[in-house]
Design a binder for this molecule. Structure first.
Ligand SMILES: *Cc1c(COP(=O)(O)O)cnc(C)c1O
Length: 338
């Protein structure tokens, strides 16, 4: 598919590596595990939001915006990546932070919060969990307009049709890499949150006729709530691409449970997964997303859903900075729920 018809900024030079994980594969004693290093994308540091922002920021610039307005949780990778893109483009940036866990936003916290301050976010509005993010962001845009400025709203996680194009581009990059490596991937495991990554990848696979099942691991919802989000996102991206197709309901597969007890709250399986990858491959996972997604891959291998001998690709979506906000948990120095 020709993506060159969509405006795009470029924040990464070349493709991210596709690698086999021999030591982890041996330790797991299940499928052969490959990794797509989207933690090595550009912006400070990279992660899946970088791919979405390449298209979203290009759209903001085309519309004459001077300020990016977005939202997220207190340790939001998406907010940090958006701020990073704004800095590069000479734009201002404002956040609406949703306290999904009460009193969890600490202005002087480490991890992404530290980077918010270091890179110079212009303003942060903190709202209670369950608030309308769209309303809160529109109020920020109104304030900017009152002083003659122009805000551009990027939805949570950068997940709309334009942002999803970033993972259509990733699908095409993967297609080329599978060919170059001569590897036949049987299944893909990816984190599923605001769903731009999972939904964009699915639309890209369907559009390019890449016939590899995608298993999403919910990072904040079980399948009954997550699947419709992914289906909507994939359909919105397919429509923007002009694919003229109905995304099949059965193409959307997610697994719940691994995110519990709550979004962003550590659990024992996550700690095991982060330690296992660090100690077998020196690859760093994050506690909020990729640690729980890898716990899903490990769990699905142990229960036989992913079988010995098949090639499974894990998409590393980044999230590095929040590791430092959870050091004691990741070293096993404080108890965490199962
Ligand atoms: C945002 C994020 C995800 C989830 O991706 P969505 O596109 O929101 O579903 C996964 N991993 C990391 C590290 C993230 O920051």
């Amino acid at each position: 598919m020709d993506l060159s018809r969509f405006a795009r900024r470029r924040y990464t030079l070349g493709a991210t590596p596709l690698e086999f994980l021999p030591n982890f594969t041996r330790a797991l004693d299940g499928p052969n595990v490959w990794i797509k290093r989207d933690d090595m994308l550009g912006l400070t540091p990279g992660g899946n939001k970088t791919r979405k922002l390449e298209f979203l920021v290009a759209d903001a610039l085309a519309k004459g915006a001077d300020t990016l307005v977005t939202c997220g949780a207190p340790q939001s990778n998406h907010c940090r990546a958006t701020l990073s893109a704004a800095v590069k483009e000479g734009l201002k940036c404002r956040f609406v932070i949703e306290e999904r866990v009460a009193n969890s936003y600490k202005q002087d916290a480490s991890g992404n919060n530290f980077l918010f301050r270091l890179m110079g976010v212009e303003a942060v509005t903190v709202v209670p969990g369950g608030s309308s993010m769209v309303d809160a962001m529109n109020r920020v845009v109104d304030e900017l307009a009152a002083s003659g400025r122009k805000g551009y709203v990027i939805p949570g996680g950068g997940s709309n049709a334009i942002g999803g194009l970033g993972y259509v581009a990733c699908a095409q990059e993967l297609q080329q890499q599978f060919f170059e490596h001569g590897v036949r991937i049987d299944r893909i495991v990816v984190g599923s949150g605001s769903s731009g990554t999972h939904g964009g990848l699915l639309a890209g696979f369907l559009g390019n006729r890449i016939d590899i099942p995608i298993l999403g691991i919910g990072v904040s919802r079980d399948p009954a709530d997550q699947d419709p989000l992914v289906l909507n996102e994939a359909q919105a991206v397919a429509n923007l691409l002009g694919l003229d197709m109905q995304v099949p309901r059965e193409a959307v597969v997610t697994f719940g449970e691994y995110w519990r007890p709550k979004y962003s709250v550590p659990n024992a399986r996550m700690v095991e997964a982060v330690q296992m990858l660090a100690r077998t491959e020196a690859v760093l996972l994050d506690p909020v997303y990729t640690g729980k997604v890898m716990a899903g891959l490990i769990g699905l291998s142990r229960n036989g859903t992913l079988r010995k001998g098949e090639n499974v690709l894990f998409i590393h979506t980044g999230g590095m900075p929040s590791v430092h906000a959870y050091e004691a948990e990741l070293l096993g120095n404080v108890p965490v729920p199962d």
